[in-house]
Design a protein around this ligand. Structure first.
Ligand code: HEC
Length: 346
């Protein structure tokens, strides 16, 4: 009896020791999280198996509708071309600037067959710790099935066939450039009530994965010209806008906004006129005494439109209280007479 107790003690101690060693390793910073440092092959196998088992056990009961339906496929073609090609490519295209540095690499969907149930589950829920987004947060099941139906047709499709089907596809009707649905919607640098939800350490966590936030972008209708970091002039306009706000130069601010621009703060969307009448002066007052650091800024261009995502740290005061916040702002821009103008701010 006594002997047995000793075994238990030794076993528990061993388990605890292993736990401590793992924790120390993690804490020490030895582990390289860089996307350009591939996993060991064992780790890769473990992760891969866990991924496959996880997906399979969740997708097994999904009922597959009739996928061989031309209207459904056509609908999926439009969505695919707008949202997926930057990572998953299309027939005749071998890589994209964004995809090249990704780990895990998004598979070339025209080269593999994916089980429709798995595809549905993956498209809807995304895959953690990879760049694959959960499209279910912005698309209904019917739309997701249309993409599944199209993806089933992709293998073997020639570039010409791809081009034809996409040309016939209905436009991606959710291209309202606003697919953020949560509090990350934070063009919110004014008014204490706005600050409160951004002022927390957790805002820092939002930094996690700039890549997937670019990819979530739906400026995808000129997919050929989609390139990450491709709109330096639009990025400069975003910086000019921030500088003009900080300098209190409302004329310059107005010049940078397209007349039809929509400015969203929190849940509220305002026209330029509404913004000028109210929030603009608050923004300028707040930013004037604020220390602002742009942490990251990325852009994608598609012809004469571009999308710029900026993450900014701000340290200042609002209603006498010190605030420190990280804001993530998405701007839609349009080139009008060779000038980039802001058409939306989220
Ligand atoms: C930002 C890049 C990115 C975008 C955009 C993206 N994906 Fe993915 N996707 C990935 C990555 C990375 C993986 C691989 C994840 C893994 O294996 O862990 C993946 C995996 C998949 C898979 C599973 C393939 C397999 O091997 O079983 C499917 C299906 C898929 N994506 C469909 C789509 C569709 C449809 C869209 C457009 C609506 C889309 N993806 C948009 C990055 C992306």
């Amino acid at each position: 009896m006594k002997r047995q107790n000793e075994y238990v003690v030794v076993l528990v101690a061993a388990v605890v020791m292993i736990g401590v060693v793992v924790a120390l390793y993690g804490y020490s910073g030895s582990y390289n999280v860089g996307a350009d440092d591939p996993h060991w092959s064992v780790t890769h196998k473990v992760v891969q198996t866990m991924r496959d088992r996880s997906i399979r056990s969740r997708s097994a009961d999904i009922k597959v509708p009739i996928l061989n339906d031309p209207a459904l496929i056509l609908n999926g073609a439009g969505h695919y071309d707008a949202m997926c090609t930057i990572c998953h490519l299309k027939p005749g295209v071998n890589n994209s600037e964004l995809r090249a540095g990704m780990y895990p690499q998004p598979p070339t969907l025209s080269g593999i067959r994916v089980d429709p149930r798995d595809a549905f589950w993956i498209i809807k829920h995304g895959i953690k710790m990879s760049a694959m987004p959960a499209w279910g947060s912005s698309h209904d099941d019917q739309t997701i099935w249309s993409m599944v139906a199209f993806v089933q047709k992709l293998p073997g499709m020639t570039p010409e066939q791809y081009h034809d089907i996409v040309a016939k596809a209905p436009p991606d009707d959710d291209m309202d450039m606003d697919i953020d649905s949560d509090s990350e919607h934070s063009h919110s640098h004014h008014g204490a009530e706005h600050h409160s939800h951004s002022v927390s350490g957790s805002a820092m966590e939002k930094q996690n994965d700039a890549k997937s936030s670019i990819a979530l972008d739906e400026t995808g209708n000129g997919a050929e010209t989609l390139k990450a970091g491709a709109a330096p002039e639009a990025e400069a306009a975003a910086q000019d806008f921030l500088d003009a706000l900080r300098a209190g130069d409302s004329l310059k601010v107005m010049k940078l906004l397209a007349p039809e621009a929509q400015i969203s703060e929190g849940d509220e969307t305002q026209s330029v006129k509404q913004y000028a009448g109210h929030h603009l002066s608050e923004d300028m007052a707040f930013l004037k005494h604020c220390e602002v650091t742009v942490v990251s800024r990325t852009s994608i261009a598609a012809g004469d439109t571009a999308r710029v995502v900026s993450e900014t740290n701000m340290i200042g005061t609002s209603n006498g209280r010190a605030v420190r916040l990280r804001s993530r702002e998405q701007m839609g821009l349009k080139r009008i007479d060779s000038q980039w103008k802001i058409v939306s701010i989220d």
